[in-house]
Design a protein around this ligand. Structure first.
Ligand code: UD1
Ligand code: CA
Length: 529
């Protein structure tokens, strides 16, 4: 990510920052791109179980906006170029560490987990000796932006503070620790939700759990923490009141966008965070020239790229590494995972498309399924209720209805009739079907692989093809048709007579042949098989 541009932040309420004391709350200032921060260690607290999630999975491994929570947090920290990114792991430590380390972070084990204050005590052992500042973040606040972290660090440095808290004003602050200020607006303490006095319940400014600390000021307070709370834990939040008791300067900077501080303790928070991520991504794409109808219903992962003048209908999911070109349309409720869709392609509603390619101006759906390894070339057409796997449909070829095509190559301009099946599996192995170009496969053909059909050949409808078909040949592989005139009528009478013997015996008997088709409408036996 590049940060060559300027970013804007809101200045905190009434903060005694030397060079911005005269600014009013809410004023925006321009900040340069984040400076490298080699004096700063970043500590991400990710050891907790996340009991309120009611899950077997550690909280920070839950996903929102297409990534795990911990991945979002580490990625937001990376551009700051700090001395280190240190992740405190504990619950499901190996799995959490695997994600963090794959992103270049270091990890340290907190076992057992005795609270956020205890987590930072543990981190101390691994914090670089050269670091004088620490940015401390929870692993469950995935919406935080790099710009906001950089602004927090900047406020802390310029304010020469011992601690700077990122706070936010929430319409519903329930569940969060509150920022308690004195009459002059100076931060006094953070009080956890469960410990609030009645008169503190109305405070809407909350603690995000994102802080910058001057380490030499923090360490003595951390050592003095006591588990005087309902959970018998060491709370990092208690260090704030201790710093103030020692007459240290504590600032709180209000986040311009309160969404950024959402901490995901519950499934409902996770859904809230996911919604914000999806809205951010949709807004970015719309800014770049993509039409999205009912954007609140689409789910687009962060790495997805979409070209201009592409139209996305409601309920679409574009996931993983999907790349969609320009001038495409993606029909409602279609799901694309790791797909490549070239310019001008049209996907009709209700398709499920995975790890495949759709070439320029090709058409797919509605109700099509592409399993991995399918390659729909330029101008080709995959229609309704067609499933493909590891199959190439060359330029201009068509499979318009009701087919399964697996492990197959289908040449240019070939037509695959409705109901065609490649029988690619014999219970042990998978086999290939190769169909040349300009071939006509009649409806309801079963192609028993391995088998080849040469260029320009015809396969008659209803055939079961077990042998190769030479180029330009007609293959017919089905039972011969025999018509027995009047047979059905005679059968019905026979059955009726058996059911009501008296009634039917009175009726006049007519011969089956007497009501058969007039001679001019009868087809000769040899014409149709
Ligand atoms: C915390 C803050 C609260 C704030 C809220 C913001 C405390 C006591 N409270 O509450 O003021 O409003 O975040 O979202 O800090 N963790 C460890 N080791 C532990 C305990 C926790 O690494 O022993 C990690 C968790 O994995 C989590 C983070 O610390 O990522 C925060 O812990 P959590 O239990 O979510 O704190 P909250 O109750 O949300
Ligand atoms: Ca939390």
């Amino acid at each position: 990510m590049e940060f060559a541009h300027l970013v804007t932040v809101r200045v905190a309420k009434c903060q005694p920052i030397p060079d911005c004391q005269t600014r009013k709350p809410g004023v925006t200032i321009a900040l340069a791109a984040p400076m490298p921060a080699p004096d700063t260690s970043i500590v991400i607290l990710a050891a907790g179980k996340g009991t309120r999630m009611r899950s077997d999975l550690a909280k920070v491994l839950h996903r929102a906006g297409g990534r795990t929570l911990i991945e979002h947090v580490v990625r937001a920290c990376q551009p700051l170029k700090s001395a280190q990114i240190l992740v405190v792991v504990g619950h499901q430590a190996d799995s959490v560490a695997a994600v963090a380390e794959s992103l270049g972070a270091q990890t340290i084990l907190q076992q057992p987990q005795r609270g956020t204050g205890h987590a930072v005590q543990i981190a101390r052992r691994a914090i670089r000796k050269s670091a004088t500042l620490a940015l401390v973040l929870p692993g469950d606040a995935p919406l935080l932006r790099t710009e906001t972290l950089a602004a927090l660090l900047d406020t802390h440095r310029r304010g020469e503070a011992a601690a700077t808290i990122l706070s936010a004003e929430l319409p519903d602050p329930a569940g969060y620790g509150r920022i308690v200020r004195d009459a002059e607006g100076r931060v006094q303490a953070i009080v956890e939700d469960k410990a609030l006095a009645p008169e503190q319940r109305d405070i809407r400014e909350v603690n995000s759990s994102i802080y910058c600390f001057t380490l030499e000021k923090l360490w003595p307070c951390l050592a003095a923490l006591r588990p005087d709370n309902v959970h018998r834990e060491l709370y990092l939040t208690d260090a704030i009141a201790m710093l103030r008791q020692r007459n240290e300067r504590v600032l709180a900077q209000i986040a311009a966008d309160p969404n950024e501080i959402i901490g995901c303790n519950t499934r409902a928070h996770l859904a809230d965070a996911d919604r914000v991520f999806r809205a951010r991504k949709a807004a970015l794409l719309m800014d770049s020239g993509v039409s999205i109808y009912l954007p609140e219903t689409v789910m687009i992962d962060p790495d997805v790229i979409v070209g201009p003048d592409t139209m996305i209908e409601p309920g679409v999911q574009l996931l993983g590494q999907t790349r969609v070109g320009a001038g495409c349309s993606i029909g409602g409720s279609s799901v694309l995972i790791d797909m490549r869709v070239d310019d001008g392609a049209k996907i009709f509603p209700h398709c499920h498309l995975v790890s495949s390619r759709i070439g320029p101006h090709a058409q797919v759906g509605p109700f099509a399924r592409l399993r991995p390894g399918s390659d729909i070339r330029a101008g080709a057409h995959v229609g309704t209720f067609v499933e493909m796997k590891k199959t190439t449909l060359h330029e201009g070829a068509k499979a318009p209805h009701l087919s399964y095509l697996g492990d197959a190559t289908i040449g240019a301009e070939t037509n695959i009739g409705a109901g065609t099946i490649t029988c690619n599996y014999d219970g042990f192995g998978k086999y290939e079907t190769k169909i040349g170009s300009r071939v006509f496969i009649g409806s309801d053909t079963a192609l028993v692989a391995p088998v080849r059909v040469g260029d320009g050949a015809y396969v008659a409808a209803g055939s079961v093809i077990t042998d190769n078909v030479p180029a330009d040949a007609l293959a017919i592989a089905r039972g011969r048709q025999a018509n027995k005139p009047g047979w059905a009528r005679a059968k019905r009478r026979e059955l009726a007579a058996a059911k009501h013997p008296k009634k039917s015996s009175k009726r006049k008997v007519t011969r089956p042949a007497s009501r058969s088709k007039p001679a001019h409408r009868r087809k000769s036996k040899s014409r149709r098989r």
